[in-house]
Design a protein around this ligand. Structure first.
Ligand SMILES: *[C@@H]1O[C@H](CO)[C@@H](O)[C@H](O)[C@H]1NC(C)=O
Ligand SMILES: *[C@@H]1O[C@H](CO)[C@@H](O)[C@H](O)[C@H]1NC(C)=O
Ligand SMILES: *[C@@H]1O[C@H](CO)[C@@H](O)[C@H](O)[C@H]1NC(C)=O
Ligand SMILES: *[C@@H]1O[C@H](CO)[C@@H](O)[C@H](O)[C@H]1NC(C)=O
Ligand SMILES: *[C@@H]1O[C@H](CO)[C@@H](O)[C@H](O)[C@H]1NC(C)=O
Ligand SMILES: *[C@@H]1O[C@H](CO)[C@@H](O)[C@H](O)[C@H]1NC(C)=O
Length: 366
């Protein structure tokens, strides 16, 4: 749609200055903003729960006490989300209840309230969080006690290839060599790679950056491309933004990594979710111009990992690439993939998806 293209050409257009990067505070603590469980009877003193396990109501299978309130903080394995099931649920429906929040605090979105005032859910189903963390609370009133609940939590992936925020740095620079190569890159991303992902704001969240010049990029935030169809459509539109990829030969390697860093640093463009791992995929078509260009690329790749806690995946396209050197820009060995031909990019998909889902970040956990 032409109007939509025009629309995006305005709202999606972002020019990032060469030195416009700033440092960023990373928040990884599973913050508790509630009173300790010590104030209540039968609640666990250590109320941090990790990965997989069972949480029972106070004194289960015996009756829970009256006027109780317990808080349970639950974290999935890094890179996964939580699945909740109940093997036992026996509460005074009107007035005693369990609440699960989809996030690290009780101010996070409520996933479900089972029983109690204002709830129409009386028996539990299966629930999934959209990020790594959840809080569960249990409350009882002064009258009528029952046997309570036994709840199982598990670390799982709910989408293909896994729950991630992914920032694609698309190479629209003359170093891809020809418009035909650029088209192959675009069609690979639009029609082959991203269709293997369940794109969605609560699933695999995708952000796009089309680098068109050493100091110029067009950026799509996750809200601009909330579905697979939106991603495919907008990536294909990139062909219209770059009608002749060889028009500007003033490019380097560093700009791809600098824009990745800047994009991540700007929380509007990279609309990350707390508790979800971030992955940056950089499409590389040429070696660095010189040692200084390489060093600068390395510095930005390093800052993406250390300051922004994101994994960097390098995808090399075409022949003549220095694979050993370019691999060092990736998150770790095994996170750079090379295709010697633009016709052969699809063979990389299983390896890319495996890399997206493997490896742990440094978020909190035992
Ligand atoms: C947790 O459970 C999941 C799903 O059943 C399993 O894949 C994973 O290996 C378990 N993790 C641990 C640490 O036991
Ligand atoms: C409970 O209420 C919510 C909104 O208040 C509604 O979306 C949901 O369908 C209701 N569930 C049942 C089982 O009635
Ligand atoms: C996503 O695609 C749908 C269907 O083509 C369209 O209606 C919607 O406006 C698109 N969303 C965005 C944010 O572009
Ligand atoms: C950029 O380089 C390519 C390949 O060397 C060449 O074909 C093209 O004409 C150059 N473009 C400009 C604007 O100099
Ligand atoms: C690049 O980095 C290496 C290793 O830190 C250093 O030895 C070299 O002098 C640097 N080169 C340039 C051109 O900055
Ligand atoms: C395609 O790529 C794969 C993996 O990089 C490689 O093993 C294979 O030889 C390539 N095939 C062609 C025809 O280039």
């Amino acid at each position: 749609m032409a109007s939509q293209l025009l629309f995006f050409s305005f709202i999606g257009l972002v020019i990032l200055g060469a030195t416009a990067y700033k440092s960023k505070q990373l928040i990884h603590n599973h913050e508790k903003i509630v009173p300790s469980n010590d104030d209540f009877i039968g609640c666990p003193t250590n109320n941090d729960f990790y990965y997989n396990g069972t949480i029972n109501s106070p004194f289960y299978p015996y009756n829970y006490p009256p006027k109780d309130k317990c808080y349970y903080y639950i974290s999935a394995e890094p890179g996964k989300v939580l699945k909740f099931t109940f093997s036992h649920f026996d509460l005074e429906t009107c007035c005693d209840f369990v609440t699960i929040y989809d996030g690290p605090t009780v101010t996070s979105k409520k996933l479900v309230q089972i029983g109690g005032p204002g709830s129409n859910v009386t028996s539990p189903g299966t629930y999934y969080t959209t990020t790594r963390n959840a809080v569960m609370t249990f409350e009882s009133n002064p009258t009528i006690q029952k046997s309570g609940f036994s709840m199982q939590y598990e670390s799982v992936n709910t989408v293909s290839p896994c729950n991630r925020d992914i920032f694609l740095i698309v190479n629209g620079l003359s170093n891809v060599g020809s418009q035909a190569n650029f088209e192959k890159e675009i069609k690979f991303i639009a029609n082959q790679l991203t269709p293997t992902w369940n794109v969605g704001l609560d699933k695999v969240r995708v952000m796009l950056n089309l680098q068109t010049d050493i100091d110029y990029a067009i950026v799509w935030s996750a809200d601009d491309v909330p579905t697979n169809a939106n991603v495919t459509q907008e990536v294909l539109h990139m062909l219209e933004y770059v009608p002749d990829v060889t028009a500007d030969n003033n490019t380097d390697l560093e700009c791809l990594f600098r824009y990745a860093f800047d994009g991540l640093d700007d929380s509007k463009e990279f609309d990350e979710r707390y508790g979800i791992e971030k992955v940056v995929i950089v499409f590389v078509a040429a070696n660095a111009n010189d040692d200084q260009d390489y060093n600068e690329s390395f510095e930005f790749a390093h800052k993406i990992r250390t300051e922004q806690d994101a994994k960097v995946i390098v995808i090399g396209m075409g022949s003549g690439l220095d694979q050993t050197r370019l691999s060092k820009l990736a998150y770790a060995s095994g996170y750079a993939f090379f295709s010697t031909s633009y016709d052969n990019l699809s063979s990389l998909i299983p390896k890319i998806n495996n890399a997206i889902c493997s490896g742990l970040n440094s978020q909190c956990g035992p």
